[in-house]
Design a protein around this ligand. Structure first.
Ligand SMILES: Nc1ncnc2c1ncn2[C@@H]1O[C@H](COP(=O)(O)OP(=O)(O)OP(=O)(O)O)[C@@H](O)[C@H]1O
Ligand SMILES: [Mg+2]
Length: 367
């Protein structure tokens, strides 16, 4: 019988999994920063390619915060985020009495009658105030009660004017010494755009964390414990093989764990690991690799296919020769592909594919 119900692995995007591995120190750094106003980690930007667990970190931070001492405002950077932020305060205030009487009747904020996207109005209030005004108003109330505010902003990019409006307002809050913190997450290319944005220069001083893959030994321990809890075990070196097969990539840790766990086998063998890995790769390719590949230009793909001719790593100069292009041209494509999270620099002049099994995926695609 397949075991779905008690499966501690969850290969879904956007949720903090029960088996959440290897991000303790990063999360601790941010949580510790909340104790001191000028701690540099208070404004942190996490970057990582799809499936590295950015959203899971934000969820974990959210769940770790004491709701009696913190107002946690959790949003995605998109049109409408400013209203969502203001509404977040009302939601946090439920059953708390942090905000003054004049906020009592308010169920939430609504877009002003003028329809101007940044002109917001409180319900029962005809005046239209700026977002920054409303935010300071709310924060004054919270400051009086000694409540800190943590903003969690996911999928950061500078494509929406509201993200800029928020960032500029946040900068003012910091300058005015409000007790606020900001944890943002986004894809490397999107965050790069934000950091190069002339309006948002102050974000360049934010603490930046590039998410790395999880240590494979930590995956091994997590796998062993998850199965031991239900009196199941691994035979021979199947545990080591399973952990190594994930390459420490968070999404694959969940996928492989999920397939291993749903199997009815009491003891996990190397053969089961191999079979489960094949199933996991089908999902991995569909939900990560296909999406990455779809967004590439023909030239990007040429560069990548030239890389597949090597083993695990390629030297930049040999790719350049293989393509028969100038150094400038090759550099441009290397930069594009680094930003897209397709490749990573592993040593000086040496490149490798970033997502696990990308080489295998591309070879199948070309063949
Ligand atoms: N530290 C972790 N340990 C184990 N699994 C993890 C960890 N972090 C995330 N995961 C799993 O990886 C998958 C992707 O996580 P998440 O949705 O947080 O990624 P993301 O970086 O936000 O991706 P996207 O760029 O698509 O938004 C999920 O299945 C999640 O359960
Ligand atoms: Mg995400």
């Amino acid at each position: 019988m397949k075991n779905y119900e008690d499966n501690p692995f969850n290969p879904q995007f956007g949720k903090r999994p029960e088996q959440f591995i290897g991000r303790e120190l990063l999360i601790n750094d941010f949580l510790q920063s909340l104790a001191t106003k000028n701690d540099p980690n208070r404004t942190t930007i996490i970057t990582g390619i799809r499936g590295t667990g950015k959203t899971a970190i934000l969820s974990d931070v959210h769940a770790s915060l004491d709701t009696d001492r913190f107002a946690v405002i959790d949003v995605t950077a998109q049109d409408g985020m400013l209203l969502e932020i203001l509404d977040g305060f009302i939601r946090n205030n439920k059953g708390k009495n942090w905000l003054g009487k004049r906020f009592d009747k308010m169920q939430g904020f609504s877009v002003g009658a003028l329809g101007f996207s940044l002109g917001l109005t409180k319900r029962d209030d005809t005046a239209v105030h700026s977002f920054r005004f409303m935010l300071s108003d709310l924060l004054d109330e919270l400051r009086a009660k000694d409540i800190k505010v943590v903003f969690l902003v996911d999928e950061v990019h500078n494509g929406t004017p509201e993200m800029r409006e928020f960032a500029v307002s946040y900068q003012h809050l910091v300058r005015e010494e409000y007790d606020v913190a900001l944890l943002m997450a986004g894809l490397p290319s999107s965050v790069n755009d934000v950091l190069n944005d002339q309006v948002l220069t102050f974000l360049r001083r934010a603490h930046r964390v590039e998410l790395e893959n999880i240590n494979v030994k930590a995956v091994e321990i997590a796998y062993e414990q998850a199965f031991a809890q239900v009196d199941r075990s691994f035979s021979g070196d199947s545990l080591r093989k399973a952990a190594a097969a994930t390459k420490g990539y968070p999404y694959l840790i969940q996928l492989l764990g999920f397939y291993l766990f749903t199997s009815e086998k009491q003891t996990v063998s190397s053969r089961l690991v191999q079979q489960s890995l094949e199933l996991a790769k089908i999902e991995l390719f569909k939900n990560v690799h296909d999406l990455l590949y779809r967004d590439l230009s023909a030239k990007d793909r040429e560069f990548l296919f030239a890389m597949t001719k090597d083993g695990a790593q390629s030297s930049f100069s040999s790719i350049k020769e293989r393509l028969g292009v100038s150094p400038g041209y090759a550099s441009k494509y290397r930069e594009r592909l680094l930003m897209a999270g397709m490749i990573k620099a592993v040593a000086h002049g040496t490149l490798a594919f970033a997502p696990p099994y990308m080489r295998e995926y591309l070879i199948a695609k070309e063949g």
